[in-house]
Structure formats: C-alpha cells, structure tokens
Design a protein around this ligand. Sequence first.
Ligand code: UDP
Ligand code: G50
Length: 460
Amino acid sequence: MSSSSDQKLAHVALLPSAGMGHLTPFLRLAALLTARNVQVTFITPHPTVSLTESQALSRFFASFPQVKQKQFHLLPPEENSADPFFYHMQLIKSSCHLLSPLLSALTPSPSGFITDMTLASTIIPITQAISLPNYVLFTSSAKMMTLFLSYPTLAGSKALDDLDETDVIKIRNVELMPKSLVPPPLLQKSNNFFKNSFIENGMKVIESCGILLNTFVSFELESLRKINDGQVLERLPPVVAIGPLPPCDSEKSQLQLTWLDDQPAGSVLYVSFGSRTALARDQIRELGEGLIKSGSRFVWMVKDKKVDREDSEELEEVIGHELMERVKEKGLIVKDWLNQEATLSHPAVGGFLSHCGWNSVMEAAWHGVRILAWPQNGDQKVNADIVERIGLGTWVKSWGWSGEMLVKGEEIAERIRESMGNESLRIQALGIKEDARKAVGFGGSSYKGLTELISMWKHF
Ligand code: UDP
Ligand code: G50
C-alpha cells in the first residue's frame, strides 16, 4: 500500500519564454508531468510573437484539458529595432510585476515554479519573495550550459579576448570549447541583448532550486559530468537531465505529405532551419540547386522571414519559377511551417539538413535520423559540435556562420550525397535512438531524474 504522501498530487506552474524553440519543450514537459500525475498550471504570455506559437497553444489545451491555463497579459510593445524574439523575452521580463498577483492566486499553492533560462534573472527574485521554489528549464544543450555558467566570469576577464579562434576556452583549468563555437554576440566588445541577458541570467540561475535539461546522460556525458562534479562552478543547485522530452499528443497531427508515403524507406532528406531562421534569398536558391544536384529525394521547408506573421511572399517568388519547376521532380517544398515531429517520424525520412537548434537535435536523436549540420547562429555551432562528436551526424565547418559566405549548390550537393550515402552514420543514428528511448523509459536516467524532482514536489 502506498503512503498518503505518495498519493498527494504535486502542483507545478510553468512559464515559457518567446519562440517555438522555447515553447515546445515547455509543452512537452507539461504533458510529461501530467502523465506522471502532477497537476500543471501553464502560464501563457500573451500575445505571442508568432502565429505558430498561438496555434500550438490552442491545440495543446484542446488535447490536455487537465492542464490549467493562465493568461499572462504583457505590457504593450514599444517601437524597437531588436530581434522580435529577443524583444519579446525582454517584454515578458518587463511585464513581470503583473505576474506576482497571478502567482499568489494559484490554488492549491504550487510546490514548484519552472521557468525558462532566458527569464531567470527576473523570475527568481519574484518567486523568492513569495517563497515559491523556483526551477529553471534550460532549453539548449548541457555543453551550452557550461558556457552559460562560466560566461559571467569569463566576460569580466581578458581570458576570452586573448584567445585565437581555435584556442580552447578554459574555466579554472577545465576545458569548455574552442572559441570558434561561441555565439558571435558573446564575443563582441559592445553590449548587446544576447550578451547582457546571458550574463544576468547566468549569474542568477545558481540561486534556483534546480536546473532541468532537455538532454540525456549518454548523449552529453562529459558536459553533464563537468557541471555535476563542480568543475564549472563549485556551488550549483541540482542539475538534472530529463530529455529528450518526448513529443506530446497535440503535436501528432496527420501529416499532409502523402508524397512521403510513396518514397522508399530512409531515402528522403528533410531540410529545415527551424522556426526563426530565414536564409538570404541567394543562399536559398543555391540550396535549391544543391538539392537538385545531389540526386537525393527531399522535403524542404523554405523560410523567407524570421516571423511567420510577416511572411506573405509566394513560394515561387522566393525561389524563382525555373528552380521551382526543377525542384518538383525530386522533392517537395513547403513554405513557413511543416510538422517536423510527423516528418522526422516518417519511415521515408533518412536524413536531416538542420541548423541544429537544440530541439531539432533532440528530435533527430529521438527518431534516429542522421543530421547534416549547417549551424547559422546562436548556440548552433556548439550543438553541431555535439552532433558530430557523438556520431549522430556530420558538420561542414567551412560553411561558417549565416551570411559569412555564399555556399554554392555544387558543394551542398556533394555533402548531401556523402551524408545520405554514409551507412555507418545511419546505423549510429539508430543506436542513439535506442539510447534516447532507454533514457526516458521506465528506470532510465532521465526517468529517474524526473522521478526525484516529482517526489520533491510531492513532499514540499
Ligand atoms: N518546427 C516545426 N516545423 C517547422 C520548423 C520548426 O515543427 O517548420 C519545430 C521543431 O520541431 C522544433 C522547434 O520548432 O521543435 C524549433 O526549435 P529548434 O530548437 O530546433 O530551433 P529554433 O526554431 O529555436 O531555431
Ligand atoms: C535563443 C536564441 C538563440 C540562442 C539561444 C536562445 C541560446 C540559449 C542560451 O535561447 O543560445 C541562452 C541564451 C540567452 C540567455 C540564456 C541562455 O539569456 O534565439 O543562441
């Protein structure tokens, strides 16, 4: 018989940050906690930046009526020229005085509050003031977290400035990563939003009660060890790997791509740069040339604008009539959005040309699909490096950051052929899929990590 404390329901409140890359892992965590008998209140900053976010939220609440939704109305946005997703993160932070009354009114009083790392410096003091235990979900890789935790120290020293591109950054003699992987805004002398928020949040996150990571032990053993052995920072709250966060029911829509059903198993390359990265027009066209020349079948998600609400151009205008006609012979092109979960889970899909946003990496691991990495900005080189080292994929480092050069179609075609023809990569990716499923399955490392957190919340 179980004791009464085992039967007590834990209640946890979640607050995501702006953009699909931040919202999706929170929705998945909410679904996972619900399945583990935790009562969840999901706080939704309103409005969202993209249409896709508001659609994902509607579908989620329709599929999970047990999850309570609380709308958090943000202050009206001001005229600004910042990246719209970063600006929105800032707007959530500056609206946070409106959050306290909402939190105090939650019943039953929650035993934990989980927020995104990009909001940590503002949220932690608010929750501390009402004695609500605060947890942070870090939605990027553990390797990125080693940089996140070290950067406030590094930024204030000459250690980083004096290094060459290929030199390895060290903190207290522990090797973190070559300087060449670091997101460019963090290497700028001048202040910028990314750098400021990275420092503020990195300093504050150590005051939280725990940090959850959407990764798994066998995928990022070394980085997790560095963090948990106190090598990166001596004093840290518990850091728990709970990933890969499995896709939830509301994402499992019917895929409208019947074309895929007629293609041989593992023969199709899926091409996408995530929810907020638009390639330059000339690069889009070279990519189209490359796809055709590669001889591979493909599904290509073309994104022309950073924010979907602003994207009104017809596909043909973006890639040109002539290319459009030729592309049709071997592949399928979709503009703006494609259900990536349904695409990666389709048996015809055998490769993924990806920017290596962390959710995309975890989703490729979950489905055992090899990656051809083409990082564009932010944390994506750090993530691409992990992909290559673990054997989930390959990365052409000479392609550089977004806009640094125009990568020619011929070169892209060559690399696609290499990746799609690489049998050992195919097998390695399937092995990683098995490891990923083991980690979140009953008794696996991520399963145990989450169990410990839930038990803490139950006994709070
Ligand atoms: N995504 C999708 N369809 C698209 C583009 C993106 O379903 O056409 C999803 C993808 O599966 C992932 C998220 O949006 O869950 C994007 O997050 P990621 O970290 O990969 O990259 P970001 O968009 O933040 O750069
Ligand atoms: C969002 C994004 C680009 C990007 C990252 C994003 C990260 C993650 C690390 O989250 O690199 C991180 C960034 C800012 C911060 C805390 C942690 O305040 O669009 O690279």
